[in-house]
Design a binder for this molecule. Structure first.
Ligand SMILES: Nc1ncnc2c1ncn2[C@@H]1O[C@H](COP(=O)(O)OP(=O)(O)O)[C@@H](O)[C@H]1O
Ligand SMILES: N[C@@H](CCC(=O)OP(=O)(O)O)C(=O)O
Length: 358
């Protein structure tokens, strides 16, 4: 069976200080992906760089608001970016294809499956999918935090074993990476280690979410059974070395042994599309958080809020107001209210459609 990986390349790696595309770096990364591809590794590339490459192409007279600037620069820059990728992969005898997505494309299961089918047919035909957010049309309220988030979604959707996030830094440091005492975390166990406080809000000149999103995305993906590595895209031969298992300086997130099935993965990433809340009592929360495979039954429900239909995605909240998980409900909010606290009723969220955050 082929190994399937997702590689995310941040804007910072692809752009030079003067804003132009760093063709040398890009070409080095494409060469490595080509080598992996020829060695039967299926690579899905999530590449930033549209906005950064568009900026250097055009001088605008009037000052633009943030959204218009992003739309203008990305619409120009994405063409440039994908053309370069096309040329570089073409030189290696490899075909690549472009997929531009918005967060809404992950909202319904139908859209989700459409996307998955598109990437699968590309991989089956040895085409390298190059994914980016469709910045030109995605709106502010509902967009990906950044491409790190998108890469986590793609890795989960495509059943990738590994997600490699390449940035301009070797990995996650214990403190501001410029501080002499800061050291790199080589391995993080998402279940035990909480290092969020070590991360600064600073980000690279063109980066959007900074290290915080990389950390959050990596934790979530690792919980879903994906091995995540944050590494420096400027290091020579980084991708090939990582896949060969060489001991390269980087931060690795230990994947959970369990893994989640494909529906649970979709639900896990649907948090932004929830329509309501199911509040549960202490006992129900304990059972859900245990290692047992249980469904949420109406008997443990204390309150329903929001208006939802059967099959909508809802949040599950414990008695302290903390979110325990997300699930696809089998009742409408109206019907759910009628069953609150009752015994012998069908599950309000079946185990197969329940994602518990531990
Ligand atoms: N503890 C930390 N360890 C490593 N990097 C950190 C840390 N805290 C903040 N950062 C910043 O995160 C940046 C990487 O995130 P980002 O700018 O989004 O990169 P990219 O453009 O590659 O997605 C680093 O350049 C660094 O300045
Ligand atoms: N979609 C944007 C990328 C924004 C983004 O997430 O950037 P980065 O944090 O550098 O990965 C672009 O192509 O410019």
């Amino acid at each position: 069976m082929k190994e399937r990986i997702v590689v995310k390349i941040g804007s910072q790696i692809l752009s030079r200080k003067d804003g132009m595309l760093d063709l040398t770096r890009m070409s080095a990364l494409v060469d490595q992906i080509a080598e992996l591809h020829k060695n039967n590794v299926e690579v899905i590339l999530v590449s930033s760089g549209a906005v950064a490459s568009g900026k250097s192409e055009i001088k605008v007279k009037a000052k633009l608001d943030t959204i218009s600037a992003r739309q203008l620069y990305s619409s120009i820059g994405q063409v440039k970016l994908i053309n370069r990728y096309y040329d570089l992969f073409h030189q290696q005898g490899i075909i690549c294809g472009q997929i531009l997505v918005t967060k809404e494309d992950f909202a319904t299961r139908r859209h989700y499956l459409n996307q998955r089918n598109c990437m699968s047919v590309m991989l089956d035909n040895k085409v390298i999918p190059i994914v980016n957010e469709n910045d030109a049309i995605s709106v502010n309220e509902l967009m990906f935090t950044d491409n790190d988030e998108l890469s986590g979604l793609v890795a989960a959707m495509m059943g990738a074993k590994k997600l490699i996030i390449l940035s301009n830094i070797d990995g996650i440091y214990s403190d501001n990476p410029n501080n002499p005492g800061a050291y790199i975390f080589r391995e993080i166990d998402a279940k035990k280690d909480d290092i969020e406080n070590c991360i600064q809000s600073s980000k690279s000149a063109t980066g959007r979410g900074g290290m915080t999103t990389k950390y959050n995305v990596a934790r979530k993906a690792a919980e879903e059974g994906i091995e995540v590595i944050i590494a420096n895209g400027r290091r020579d031969n980084i991708l090939v070395d990582l896949i060969k298992g060489k001991d390269v300086v980087s931060t690795r997130f230990k994947p959970s042994g369990k893994g989640a099935n494909s529906i649970k993965k979709w639900i896990a990433h649907s948090e932004d599309f929830t329509k309501g809340e199911i509040h549960i009592n202490k006992c129900a929360a304990e059972v859900l958080l245990s290692d047992k495979a249980v469904s949420l039954l109406p008997v443990g429900v204390t309150k329903i809020s929001g208006n939802f239909e059967a099959d909508d995605i809802v949040r599950i909240i414990d008695e302290k107001g903390k979110q325990v998980g997300i699930g696809r409900t089998s009742y409408s909010s109206e019907k759910a209210k009628e069953t609150i606290g009752k015994n012998n009723k069908k599950a309000i969220v079946h185990y197969d459609y329940l994602y518990i955050e531990k």
